[in-house]
Design a binder for this molecule. Structure first.
Ligand SMILES: Cc1cc2nc3c(=O)[nH]c(=O)nc-3n(C[C@H](O)[C@H](O)[C@H](O)COP(=O)(O)O)c2cc1C
Ligand code: SF4
Length: 518
């Protein structure tokens, strides 16, 4: 029987040498005359083990990693094509604790299947959600998504079903589904992993959204920094079209839906939904004032659903297994699962999908294993560049939209960036202001001007110039930005700045500053 060897083509694995490993494995197969084939899969999300090579055996898939090109000959010598012992052997993939303890709903197939095999997708429960949806009334689909409790995974946590209902009920000859795949948040990669590792689940989710709202055209808006994701998505769309999943009659139904990928230049603000729409229309990525909501007047002034990749990719399981199945996971008003992305100075970085409710400490210390440097964790930033810094004292906070908001933080796109005790929080606060100044679209004054004044004020504190007065000024500035900005770029920049000041006041005191300067 032909042995199947899985080598990820995910961008993280490629960055760590997966292409060279694949070539070396192909050479060894040929040189040794083995009956083996290579499958280029997505990533399992255990970044410290990438490139993670797997071999299919009668007893399940066996993992080896991190594999370098130079390890390949010794792996074959050890009989790895049959799951043989080797220092890089991690045992059965499914039993690696990081993977075993997860609840993989949205990422169930990522790293498991061949991303571009529609038959593999079907064999792993793919298209069941869409099949159910085309047999239903649009309002019933919307109701099922609403009842599942699914909330937008792009950052704002808005209920997905309510957004779809608004578009369903909006009048319009043309309606659109726009997938926000800009993924600008620091330390996040879930969208990219889905697009590279299981593109059909996103296509299925978007087709369901189209059937549910009456939209016939979809766009995936992503960034030029994601060339691998773009290539995989484009191929997957062609395959879906050739097999009648997309096109004038979705899975043979009366519904038409087609889609394409559009690439932006990677401006952070183009992830904001209205700036994204402008960019998609070929205009400058300037934020639009709301109302009108995109659900009423979005792309080309037509009713438009804008959802994050993970929101859309979570819909097929809801439509397959039912609203109650999905809603039963989670806590409070945070239902279902969330793909947590653990990054920064951390030992076991990667993607961990779990029901809402794990504590921050469990994620950082338990799952992440603490820092990669071995030094104590000082702070973690949750929710991207606009997210708050959490000190150890808040590590009992459950991963849940409301619990984070209650601690003046946000979950955002569920990225966690870990810092050890060498981090200077005044520097991080300055960086937040600088980031805002660089990325501001320039439309409103508190953000455009305030962020630059914020950088100058942080610099004065660092130089020990009237520190108390400048700390007050920085807090006042944050207040103005928070309440006076048109969108969350200016409005949320105060979160990292104020959390750094409030939780780590010692880094903002002249004594520390003078010592650091010495
Ligand atoms: C400055 C800024 C950047 C954003 N970047 C992204 C992004 O990269 N991806 C994303 O899905 N949402 C991003 N958002 C949130 C979107 O505006 C919007 O809420 C989201 O696409 C809605 O989809 P959801 O309901 O599925 O989360 C950003 C918001 C702001 C203010
Ligand atoms: S807050 Fe900043 S990014 Fe948002 S509209 Fe105002 S200037 Fe543009």
């Amino acid at each position: 029987m032909t042995v199947r060897i899985f080598i990820p083509r995910d961008a993280a694995a490629l960055a760590l040498g997966a292409e060279n490993v694949a070539m070396a494995i192909a050479q060894e197969i040929a040189a040794r005359g083995l009956d083996a084939t290579i499958v280029r899969n997505g990533s399992r999300g255990m970044h410290w083990l990438e490139p993670l090579v797997e071999v299919e055996t009668d007893g399940g898939r066996i993992a080896y990693g991190p594999v370098k090109k130079g390890d390949v000959a010794s792996l074959f010598d050890a009989g790895f094509a049959n799951g043989g012992e080797h220092p890089l052997c991690r045992g059965k993939t499914d039993e690696i604790p990081f993977l075993r303890q997860q609840t993989r709903l949205t990422f169930a197939r990522c790293g498991v299947t061949d991303p571009l095999s529609l038959s593999d997708y079907r064999a792993h429960d793919g298209l069941r959600g869409l099949q159910n949806a085309i047999a239903m009334d649009p309002a019933a689909i919307v109701a099922q998504v609403t009842e599942s409790g699914l909330r937008g995974r792009g950052g704002a946590g808005f209920p997905t079903g309510i957004k779809w209902k608004t578009v369903l009920e909006a009048a319009g000859d043309r309606k659109y589904i726009v997938c926000n795949a800009d993924e600008g948040d620091s330390g996040t990669f879930a969208d990219r992993m889905i697009m590279e590792g299981d593109p059909f689940v996103l296509i299925e989710g978007m087709a369901i959204a189209g059937v549910a709202t009456g939209a016939t055209k979809g766009y995936v808006y992503t960034r030029s920094e994601y060339p691998h994701a773009i290539a995989v998505m484009e191929q997957a769309i062609e395959i879906a079209r050739a097999n009648g999943v997309l096109g004038p009659s979705v899975l043979g139904s009366k519904h038409a839906f087609d889609m394409e990928v559009r690439t932006g230049a990677g401006a952070y603000v183009c992830g904001e939904e209205t700036a994204l729409l402008n960019s998609l229309e070929g205009k400058r990525g300037l934020v639009r004032a709301k109302p009108p909501l995109p659900a009423h007047k979005g792309l080309f002034d037509c009713p438009t659903v804008i959802n994050n990749v993970i929101s859309l990719a979570s819909v097929p399981i809801v439509m397959d297994k039912g609203a109650a199945f999905y809603r039963d996971f989670g806590v409070g008003r945070s239902r279902g699962t969330i793909p947590i992305q653990i990054a920064g100075n951390v030992k076991h970085g990667g993607l961990y999908e779990a029901a809402f409710g794990l504590s921050l400490g469990e994620i950082v210390d338990g799952i992440g294993g603490g820092t990669a440097s071995g030094r104590p964790v000082k702070a973690v930033q949750v929710g991207g560049p606009l997210g708050a810094y959490f000190p150890r004292a808040l590590f009992d906070t459950p991963f849940d939209y409301e619990a984070f908001a209650a601690k003046d933080g946000l979950i955002g796109h569920a990225g966690i960036v870990v810092f050890d005790d060498s981090v200077d929080m005044l520097h991080q606060a300055r960086f937040a202001m600088e980031f805002c100044a660089v990325e501001s679209c320039g439309k409103c004054t508190p953000c455009r001007i305030g962020s630059t004044r914020g950088v100058e004020t942080a610099d004065r504190i660092a130089q020990g110039i009237e520190p108390e007065k400048n700390r007050e000024l920085l807090a006042d500035l944050c207040n103005t930005m928070k309440y006076g900005s048109l969108c969350a770029l200016g409005g949320f920049t105060p979160y990292p700045v104020l959390s750094a000041m409030n939780h780590f006041p010692e880094d903002f005191s002249p004594a520390t500053v003078v010592q650091a300067a010495e």
